[in-house]
Design a protein around this ligand. Structure first.
Ligand SMILES: Cc1ncc(COP(=O)(O)O)c(C=O)c1O
Length: 466
């Protein structure tokens, strides 16, 4: 497959989309006057403008132009039952009627009940709630530094842990950077912090050993996703996570699993438990929040208690006006309880539909003359996966094993996967974000047929320009 200049195709797609969605476009123009780029999360602000949503239910969103859009983005992969599932909305509606839901600023029974579920399902001893995955990962790192008295933090290239100082290095691939993943990703980040961040390679146990040999005695923590999310939808190998566990133990560093994506995605609990590898600390968010801004840090009591009175609140993990918000906790508890009770039906269904989506994407694009590969399967350990990410390698035999493989624009057609496909699919009223998506319980086999049809139409539209 050759490199293409997509300028004419993108211009034609943008023009067709502007005709397709005039109301969303008008609202976007208005939004740009008061919001940076017209919104508050860059991933949502697809170019030339995003569909503006008026309502969402199950597998579908309805936009301002009246389109019913089949959605695989599902709230940044948070909505495992689909949009606004009645199991959660009915509970919230009833609670609001009874005076439970908005902020109280008090502690309640819900906090204890929700934390009990998290501990039971993930093997953690203590939990503290916060409002975003970003804050959760930041607190795990502060806790680790205080616990070990050390200053270095290690993460992996392609690992996304939110935009907090210790995580803003080695997120995106840069062709002129060592291993592609060594850059500082934001202005304004204190260099004294970023200089303490070491970037290792995902699923590369040998490199991990080297990094520990070199820095192990100064390492406060190693933070890693058991299933790499934004960096490419790849399950860690068992050997890799076991090696990480052993090395952290050997060198006295804290092992952090960032389970903001993987938590309750592959089972009603942590991915770590499926690997049989227990981290010292873990972060949860997305699915766990039941559609509300709810996140958690969970882990060993001796580390977590650094945030508590017992240690003189050595770590100031204590603020957050909206931490432990009653409405969010009610949604979180309701959803997690539902997932635990229906685990045996939900996860096999998600695994089956996920597999079909991945197979369909590869097959349909290839039938239309475009080589495609999907990541997102559960690998050797996870029992199945509802996630899929489509990549377009230039060479049909390219192995897609590590983030470098699919992020390097000389290896894979990243303009096609990051820009062109999303827009081409939107014209079919199907939404993927940067060619990745998630199945939910709300997606039916008929929805998958529709996804397949959309892949085919998009492929044909793209092929005309290749
Ligand atoms: C693995 C991972 N960690 C942390 C975060 C940050 O979470 P939030 O966006 O809730 O701040 C994300 C968000 O996508 C994530 O995927």
């Amino acid at each position: 497959m050759k490199k293409r200049d997509y300028t004419p195709l993108l211009a034609d797609l943008a023009e067709a989309y502007a005709r397709h969605s005039p109301k969303s476009r008008a609202i976007h123009e208005r939004a740009e006057e008061v919001l940076v780029d017209g919104g508050s999360h860059s991933l949502r602000l697809i170019e030339p403008f995003p569909p503006r949503v008026v309502s969402a239910r199950g597998a579908y969103i309805t936009d301002e132009d009246g389109h019913s859009i089949l959605d695989f983005w599902q709230g940044h992969l948070a909505n495992i039952l689909g949009h606004n599932p009645s199991v959660v909305t009915a509970m919230l509606a009833r609670a609001l009627e009874e005076g439970v839901g908005l902020q109280t600023g008090f502690s309640d029974r819900l906090q204890a009940e929700t934390a009990e579920i998290l501990c039971k399902q993930t093997g953690a001893e203590r939990v503290r709630f916060t409002t975003s995955g970003t804050l959760a990962t930041m607190y795990t790192i502060i806790l680790s530094r205080a616990f070990t008295g050390r200053d270095l933090v290690m993460k992996v290239g392609g690992g996304w842990h939110g935009a907090q100082p210790w995580a803003l290095k080695g997120v995106d691939y840069h062709t002129n950077s060592e291993n592609g993943f060594q850059r500082i990703e934001s202005g304004g980040v204190p260099l004294a912090v970023v200089d303490k961040v070491i970037v290792s390679g995902f699923n590369d146990p040998e490199r991990l050993r080297e990094h520990f040999r070199e820095h192990g005695d100064r390492l406060a923590c190693f933070i890693v996703e058991p299933f790499l999310g934004a960096g490419g939808f790849k399950a860690a190998s068992l050997e890799y996570l076991q090696t990480a566990r052993e090395l952290c133990h050997q060198y006295g560093a804290v092992l952090i699993f960032d389970e903001v994506i993987s938590g309750f995605r592959f089972c009603a609990g942590s991915a770590g438990s499926l690997y049989g590898v227990q981290p010292d600390l873990a972060t949860f968010g997305k699915i766990v929040g039941g559609g509300m801004p709810q996140a958690a840090v969970a882990g060993r009591a001796d580390i977590m208690n650094l945030a508590g009175r017992q240690s003189g609140s050595k770590v100031r993990f204590s603020g957050g006006t909206y931490s432990g918000h009653p409405g969010s906790l009610l949604a979180a508890k309701t959803l997690m309880t539902y997932l635990v009770e229906h685990e045996a039906e939900i996860y096999p269904y998600l695994a089956k539909t996920g597999q079909r989506a991945r197979e369909m994407a590869t097959a349909i694009f290839e039938e239309e003359g475009i080589w495609a590969r999907c990541t997102g399967d559960g690998g050797d350990v996870l029992p199945g996966s509802s996630l899929f990410m489509i990549h377009f390698p230039y060479d049909k035999d390219t192995e897609l094993e590590r983030p470098e493989d699919w992020s390097d624009p000389t290896n894979c057609d990243v303009i096609l996967s990051h820009k062109v496909l999303d827009l081409a699919l939107l014209l079919e009223d199907v939404f993927l974000s940067r060619s990745h998506g998630a199945l939910t319980v709300a997606h039916t086999e008929a929805d998958l047929d529709r996804l397949g049809d959309a892949f085919r139409s998009a492929a044909r539209r793209i092929r005309k320009y290749r």
